[in-house]
Design a protein around this ligand. Structure first.
Ligand code: DX5
Ligand code: ZN
Length: 214
């Protein structure tokens, strides 16, 4: 299982320290949530903050764009240090073009999908993408409750991936904890994002290791 702690739940006044803590963990990626106050109600942080994290990170940055019209900023996020770049299916008019552009810039191309959005819209693009960020909460905030329908959605998505011989990784984002992680894994997920569960713990390193070993 790949583990991507979400820096959204970190102490923003100590980003260097928090990044170094993650460097010393068994986490695979650092998940970076960019919110524009338009696609989602909340505003998080942008490109200069990602540059600052990149300076200290030894882990790949898994950047999740919750912004309208992400095509405007693909190059800028590449320059800031994104390794994986996920755009929302709901935010793209020409998703195939966007995915090709992300790959041409040398990043792994991810597509994020909201809880209410059917996976059927991924059918004709799934063989072209590296990652699906399946939202298990409504995007915009950390610390929300995991939506139970996700288990079923993951297994249907896994079937689609196999049917289409896609190499896409399924990443689950929102409300992940040690109680639901085994069931998410069993449903067919490959990667887990965890924000509050990691950073509100008194021993984040142990929590990351526990998730890794489910
Ligand atoms: C939600 C973000 C998530 C968030 C997860 O909009 O996409 O990545 O940081 O945080 P938790 O694990 O606290 O739900
Ligand atoms: Zn996210």
């Amino acid at each position: 299982m790949l583990i991507a702690p979400s820096i959204l739940a970190a102490d923003f006044a100590n980003l260097q320290k928090e990044t170094e803590m993650l460097n010393g963990s068994v986490a695979d990626w650092i998940h970076v949530d960019v919110m524009d106050g338009m696609f989602v109600p909340n505003i998080s942080f942008g490109i200069p903050v990602i540059q600052a994290i990149k300076k200290h990170s030894t882990k790949p940055l898994d950047v999740h764009l919750m912004i309208v019209d992400p095509d405007r900023y693909l190059q800028a996020f590449k320059n800031a240090g994104a390794d994986n770049l996920s755009v929302h299916i709901e935010a793209c008019h020409h998703l195939h073009r966007t995915v090709q552009a992300i790959k041409e810039l040398g990043m792994k191309a991810g597509v994020a999908i909201n809880p209410h959005t059917s996976i059927s819209g991924l059918y004709d693009i799934i063989a072209d993408i590296d990652l699906i960020c399946l939202m298990s909460v409504n995007p915009g905030f950390g610390g929300q409750k995991f939506i139970e329908n996700t288990y079923d959605k993951v297994s249907r998505l896994k079937d689609m991936i196999l049917q289409k011989s896609s190499k896409a990784i399924i990443e689950i984002d929102g409300g992940v904890n040690i109680q639901n992680a085994p069931k998410i894994k069993q449903a067919g997920a490959d990667a887990l994002v965890a924000g509050n569960f990691v950073f509100s713990s008194s021993s984040p390193l142990e929590v990351i290791a526990e998730l890794k070993n489910i």
